[in-house]
Design a binder for this molecule. Structure first.
Ligand code: 3HC
Length: 293
């Protein structure tokens, strides 16, 4: 099958690696758009948890009359959860959404390379890591692109599309087409640390955490200032809890190490909360308490 058919027919296969917060959302969006999705994670427990979240998300889509019950059933029938990288042999397009650490992503991408077709396109959902560097690690630099989705993936419209230094123009076009077919609005962005989104967003969140640490206001006060004064849908601390404090810290570290500029140093309070395991909604506690998740 020619990969340029990806943009013309929904009957293509997307491999999503990582069934967590971002990966399960990306899989749900692609299933809703009519693709077959192979969902891969390291353990059966993780992949089953991702599949369960997708089923829940699609059930919500039925409730809201965004899809019919029959369409939901067809979408779920096109979902292939697996723990075998060899199952990616059928994939036309691979989207990586594993932990935001270069070493982890490089190892996962490198291990998939041998199992995938030579014409399959690889995309990374990295929030901040160099696409050029990941493309080199994956071993297919012309067929590698950044495809950065936003949390909650089924709801947020934006996808940043990021070519690396060696990405072929047709790879970018196919990534743009894939994002569009999933109902998203792609914005092309060049390969610099944090791209546009996290270069702007994360220092704001980090500064909000400094403000909390220094006692400028309490968490609700800081969030209310940004919600009521700047019309943000969520305050920066609530948003950090949604994204995950470990993810916020990892992105700040990428910015800090890439630019070697102290303005990107992660706030000590952020470091302390990550060390304590207070990672936000996913652990039931961050800047706010959420109870059992
Ligand atoms: N997962 C899935 N769906 C969710 C959700 C979640 N965590 N939170 C809310 N939703 C859905 C709701 O179910 C609802 O869908 P519905 O149409 O089926 O009812 C819809 O979103 C709207 O939710 P609500 O009416 O309950 O709430 P709000 O109107 O307050 O909207 C929000 C919720 C969309 C999350 C809104 O507060 C918002 O836009 N917040 C900002 C989110 C944001 O900035 N995301 C980007 C984070 S940065 C990022 O992802 C980059 C990464 O690299 C770090």
């Amino acid at each position: 099958m020619e990969t340029d058919q990806i943009v013309k027919s929904p009957n293509h296969t997307i491999g999503v690696v990582g069934a967590g917060q971002m990966g399960h959302g990306i899989a749900q969006v692609m299933l809703r758009a009519g693709y077959t999705v192979i969902l891969l994670d390291a353990t059966k427990f993780l992949v089953d948890a991702g599949a369960k979240r997708i089923a829940k998300g699609l059930a919500r889509d039925v409730e809201k009359e965004r899809v019919t019950a029959a369409q939901r059933d067809q979408a779920l029938a096109r979902l292939k959860p697996t723990i075998e990288p060899a199952d990616f042999a059928e994939a036309d397009f691979v989207i990586e959404a594993v932990t935001e650490k270069f070493e982890v992503k490089a190892a996962v991408l490198g291990s998939l390379e041998a199992h995938c077709r030579a014409d399959a396109i690889f995309a990374s959902n990295t929030s901040s890591i160099s696409i050029t560097r990941l493309a080199a690690a994956a071993g297919r630099p012309t067929k590698f692109v950044g495809l950065h989705f936003f949390n909650p993936v089924p709801v947020m419209k934006l996808v940043e599309v990021i070519p690396g230094l060696q990405t072929a123009p047709e790879t970018v076009e196919k990534a743009v087409a894939l994002a569009t077919s999933g109902g998203k609005t792609p914005v092309r962005v060049n390969d610099f640390p944090g791209f546009v989104s996290n270069r702007v967003l994360m220092p704001m969140i980090n500064e909000a955490i400094f403000s909390l640490m220094e006692g400028v206001a309490d968490a609700a006060g800081i969030d209310n200032v940004m919600k009521l004064g700047m019309n943000h849908p969520m305050g920066p601390l609530e948003l950090a809890d949604l994204i995950g404090l470990d993810v916020c810290r990892d992105i700040m570290l990428v910015l800090y190490e890439s630019f070697r500029d102290s303005k990107y140093r992660p706030c000590p309070l952020l470091e302390k909360m990550v060390a304590a395991g207070w990672l936000g909604r996913k652990t039931g506690r961050g800047f706010y308490e959420y109870g059992k998740q």
